[in-house]
Design a protein around this ligand. Structure first.
Ligand SMILES: O=C(O)CCC(=O)C(=O)O
Ligand SMILES: [Fe+2]
Length: 278
């Protein structure tokens, strides 16, 4: 539906966001703003240094090594509930290893995971931001690095543990709303054009699903004059969005892979805890 209000993000730092929006995470939950966009939340010089370390430690493929047998267009460093959630024990033990790796992976640089959590905590008012955990205290992976190589794309989609993934046997299934947090470490670009996330002003409902399945969402969005917001990121920029909003990233090109640190966030207005996982 066409709406009169402009759909603009809050930003560019926590203090400004809190001056612009009384309760920024509630505004995200309601879809009133497309994103909370925090510029230069992490030192861009350290983004490069982290990526160099990932290469040196063999955690990612060298994009210039075209002879590599590894043809994956996306490499993850961390534990993904989406990919491993079918095996709860396997998922939780993989998460233990990720906590171990992340305890020394960043030294002597600033810890980007801590940076993300403390920004989220500053936006969360009196709610408590914590790593998602099961009732017995076992924690999920705290965050995940995703390295996306040339041609990788995300078609229009949404992310939600119960509404999309239909997982009802995890502690995070209790949350009504799900957000994503993304720190850009490196953009993929070609000739000055860089692929960026597009957020559509459309919170998923069952009647949108046929358009996602048939890949006709662009026509549906045009016919319904659905607003969109293109998130232009530089290395060090951090943004949060409601992952129930239909979103996409066009195919990447260029030798530099798009590298991000990503989390999912569970939020309910009446819940004092905010759970973060990957
Ligand atoms: O990398 C991003 O900005 C968002 C990626 C995304 O949509 C996802 O991981 O589900
Ligand atoms: Fe997504």
């Amino acid at each position: 539906m066409e709406t009169q209000t402009q759909w603009n993000p809050a930003g560019p730092d926590v203090q400004s966001v809190l001056a612009q929006v009384t309760d920024p995470l509630l505004a995200l939950a309601k879809g009133e703003i497309p994103a909370i966009l925090l510029r230069q939340a992490y030192d861009p010089g350290q983004c490069q240094k982290l990526l160099r370390r990932f290469l040196q430690w063999g955690l990612m493929r060298d994009p210039l090594d075209k002879s590599s047998a590894d043809k994956r267009t996306r490499i993850d460093i961390g534990t993904s509930l989406g990919n491993r959630g079918h095996d709860k024990e396997g998922f939780l033990s993989h998460a233990v290893a990720t906590h171990g790796l992340f305890s020394h992976l960043f030294q002597p640089f600033d810890d980007p995971v801590q940076m993300l959590y403390s920004n989220l905590q500053a936006l969360a008012k009196d709610k408590k931001v914590r790593v998602a955990q099961e009732a017995d205290g076992r924690q999920y992976g705290p965050a995940i690095f995703r390295i996306h190589y040339e041609t990788h794309s995300y078609k229009p989609h949404f992310d939600h543990v119960t509404l999309r993934e239909k997982r009802f046997d995890y502690a995070v299934s209790r949350f009504e709303h799900q957000f994503a947090g993304i720190l850009c470490l490196q953009n993929s670009s070609q000739g000055g054009r860089s692929a960026q996330t597009i957020l559509h002003r459309s919170l998923w409902t069952p009647d949108v699903q046929p358009h996602l399945d048939a890949e006709t969402f662009p026509a549906y969005a045009a016919a319904n004059r659905i607003e969109q917001y293109r998130v232009e990121l530089a290395p060090g920029d951090l943004y949060f969005f409601n992952s129930r909003c239909i979103h996409e990233i066009p195919p990447l090109d260029g030798n530099d892979p798009r590298a991000v640190l990503a989390v999912f966030i569970g939020y309910s207005q009446e819940d004092n805890d905010i759970y973060v996982w990957s």
